[in-house]
Ligand binder design. Sequence first.
Ligand code: MSP
Length: 515
Amino acid sequence: MKFYITTPIYYVNDIPHIGHSYTTIAADIMARWKKLNGFDVFFLTGTDEHGAKIAAAAKEKGKTPQELVDETSAQFKEAWKLLNISYDRFIRTTDADHISATQNIIDILFQKGLIFKKTYEALYCVGCERFYPEKDLIDGLCPFHKTKPVLQSEENYFFKLSSFSDALHDMITNPAHKEHIEIQPEERRNEIIGKLKLGLEDVSFSRAAIDWGIPVPFDKKQTVYVWVDALTNYITGIGYPKDEQLFKKYWPADVHLMAKDILWFHSVIWPAMLLGAGIPVPKKVYSHGFFTINGEKMSKSLGNVISPQELVDKFGVDAARYLTVTLIAFGPDGDISWDALTNKYNVDLANNLGNLISRALKLAEKNFDLKVPNVKPDLELAEKTAKILNEDFAPAMDGLYLHKAAEALQRALTEINRRIEFDAPWKLAKTDLQKLSSCIFSYLQATDLILIHLLAFMPALAEKIWTITGASGNISETAKKYFADKTIPQNGFSPSGAQLQSPGVLFPRIQNGGK
Ligand code: MSP
């Protein structure tokens, strides 16, 4: 089974921040989770490099557009390396194969009579790179950028979007449709359906006044509208049209992931383009919420932008990944702050996870020479942990509710820590070494199970702790096997006699306040 997941390709007028990281880490976690569950995964991300917005940003910085896009796309690549993002391709819309493939798709739409020329005058928001009808503005301002759109008048090539309203409505609302498009979450889906019911207007697919773009193949004086260029990345990134084998293997996309700001393009314009060109539509479009920082929109002028580097400096890579995607519910809008991130770090990682590991390991160090005690394997606690994770973690992951999956993990950790309190193993050292052995053995197996589930969130740390707890074999291979048969090995993951390591301080507590 295959699984193809995408992030938006990010505009290179801005440097990578926690907003981009949020979507990209979430997609990475999903990609890793699906791989561990036996899927053949393709994960695509990249940068959106054409259009008026990029051209203007380059001019402002005294650079050529090419210089700006080269520099900033390299910064995105760096950021994803820092955050341990396991993409299969980083696509740039200035890549040669993407340029020719975009020309191919617009040409097909033209050949099919779905593109026509018309003079048009309307209000354009450069921030969104789109025209707005008056009715969609709030007090005359763009609903996302709160800026005044500018009146533009041009002779452009238009796409007959209006002829797709009914077909799209049917595909989105009818789950039995053979090309059903699932839109998550529910409220956003309803918004899209509501708009489709009102009917769609044709949309301009080219620009006469913008040079920084892909030339329209049938009229080289115009460039392809940046959103058409951008959306097409989802098929060009997997080889369309030249590498038929790769394309057939992964298309249609299983999930296009993004925030609500660009859901319209992904759930209406993109499927209509594909329908027009005779290409299957994506299976799922998932829009997570938009978050603010301390109640305010993230912006350079407010100086509240959080960068991936700052996150990693404060929490380390793995904790930064975990905290970024689990701090707010995945779906609705939310608010993020350094203090909230720090609190979650201290509660979930320093206390719940860190304490469990250090308690189990210290007991083994003191009493069993840092070896897994020799006992008849007791897997009762691990089985109990498995039950919580099977029932609550796995379904949450599959439904892309990452915060719920993290909650399930924390619940399982709390249960194990409670068991330790109940057993009071530190007292057993003097009274019942046999029972102590059994306790430590069972804490280690339950911890290993937690690590297997944490692996997609915290790949490097989970692997490191896997060795500390004396677990045998490679953690990814063991996780794959476990997810395939959901069976804990008879002798546990960390077998009796295995060498443990002193964990040191894995999650030092962090003080609140400041970055
Ligand atoms: N280039 C277009 C996308 C083209 S996709 C074919 C674009 N780029 S963007 O750089 O503006 O990225 C927007 C996306 O970044 C959002 O949809 C979301 O995935 C992510 N986010 C940016 N800021 C965010 C928040 N404050 N909160 C949540 N997600 C955020 O639009």
